[in-house]
Design a protein around this ligand. Structure first.
Ligand SMILES: [Ca+2]
Ligand SMILES: [Ca+2]
Ligand SMILES: [Ca+2]
Length: 379
């Protein structure tokens, strides 16, 4: 009996131990396993976020980041640094470009004529005449004479002037030099057309490409009388020390009465090689005195900026003649030949030549002076 009770107690003890092992063992297995729940969208112990690639809502690393494959927050700052580096590289390139651009007059295009500019904005008409004729504002705010396209021989003179201006202004830009070369090439081309009609004999152009312009061309003189411009001494004075050259002319013109307040007036100096110099005033530039007998234009700045400094046209008491005098500043370096002639244009309309409003000085050799030329008085 005692032995059976002992066996019974042992059996109970074994059963209890087995039950204990069966109950405890699975619990220990679960506690030691690695976190396997990353990816179930629940932030559990050991995880900073879930699921991977989702944005972190807290900031354990010091900045809001992104959930990685182990459910840990990775700071976004790594990406930010890479972006900053590439931005710096781009900035270096941009700085190089802008340093080139700043060699141009930076204010070109602001509609204000700043120092170093002759006009503003680009493509606007020039109000003064530095190149020797009214022109158009180019991309660097310099006046390019319109005569480039209309007058052959001036083209060479004027375009070389504007070329050197461009090169000086933007000497660091190689492309600008190319542009200047292109315009020179374009203007030296001459396509001959007849020069024997009123419009072609009063347009200040050598239409038939023989270097003789308007009334200096026998083709015009044979059709239109081309009244003489009876001249008092006309002088050319070359500038020194950076000053502009000066031409001062004076002539008596026999002409039917015209309204000088409504007409442009121009002068053209040429020799057997073509145009040396032109200048003029647009319609409306001349102001009459109270009697309507004297018409004046004054621009004292022309001495330094170029163009017409003064024009005075007086209607003489004889009722048949006008006295035209002018002073203009510009580049007269083409005056090298004694066989120069000066033409005066009253109006630039197609009828100017047939109406007898294109005048030319008689052919008489000019005399060289110490610093220029002088045309002898011929009346
Ligand atoms: Ca012509
Ligand atoms: Ca000609
Ligand atoms: Ca001809």
């Amino acid at each position: 009996m005692k032995t059976r009770a002992l066996w019974g107690m042992m059996a109970v003890a074994v059963f209890v131990m087995m039950a204990f092992v069966m109950t405890v063992a699975p619990t220990n297995v679960r506690a030691q396993a690695p976190p396997s729940s990353c990816g179930n969208a629940i932030v559990e112990p050991g995880e900073e976020c879930d699921p991977p690639t989702s944005p972190c809502t807290t900031s354990p690393g010091g900045a809001f980041g992104t959930c990685d494959a182990a459910c840990q927050c990775i700071e976004n700052t790594t990406t930010t640094i890479a972006t900053t580096t590439s931005t710096i590289a781009v900035t270096t390139t941009v700085t190089t470009t802008s340093s080139t651009v700043t060699t141009l007059p930076s204010s070109c295009g602001n509609a204000i004529i700043d120092p170093g500019e002759q006009c503003d904005p680009p493509s606007s008409p020039c109000t003064t005449s530095p190149g020797g004729a009214f022109g158009t504002c180019d991309a660097t705010c310099q006046c390019v004479a319109n005569t480039t396209t209309t007058t052959l021989a001036t083209t060479t003179t004027v375009s070389s002037t504007s070329s050197s201006t461009l090169v000086t202004t933007t000497s660091t830009l190689a492309t600008t030099t190319t542009v200047a070369t292109t315009s020179t090439t374009t203007t030296t081309v001459c396509s001959p057309t007849p020069e024997n009609t009123s419009p072609t004999c009063g347009d200040m152009i050598d239409n038939d490409c023989d270097n003789l312009i308007d009334c200096a061309d026998p083709d015009c003189a044979g059709i239109f009388p081309c009244p003489p411009a009876a001249k008092d001494p006309t002088t050319i004075t070359f500038g020194h020390g950076g000053r502009l050259d000066r031409i001062h002319g004076h002539a008596k013109l026999t002409m039917t009465a015209v309204d000088l307040t409504t007409l442009p007036v121009n002068i053209l100096l040429s020799d057997l090689q073509g145009v040396i110099y032109t200048d003029g005033l647009p319609a409306g530039a001349l102001s009459p005195n109270s009697k309507g007998s004297i018409f004046l234009f004054r621009n004292s700045a022309a001495k330094t900026t170029g163009g017409m400094a003064d024009v005075k046209i007086k209607k003489n008491k004889d009722g048949a003649t006008y006295t035209f005098s002018f002073t203009s500043y510009g580049d007269l370096s083409g005056a090298k030949d004694s066989h120069m002639r000066l033409q005066f244009y009253i109006g630039d309309d197609p009828n100017a030549a047939s109406d007898g409003r294109v005048f030319i000085t008689r052919e008489a050799p000019w005399k060289q002076t110490g610093n220029g030329w002088r045309a002898p008085k011929d009346h």
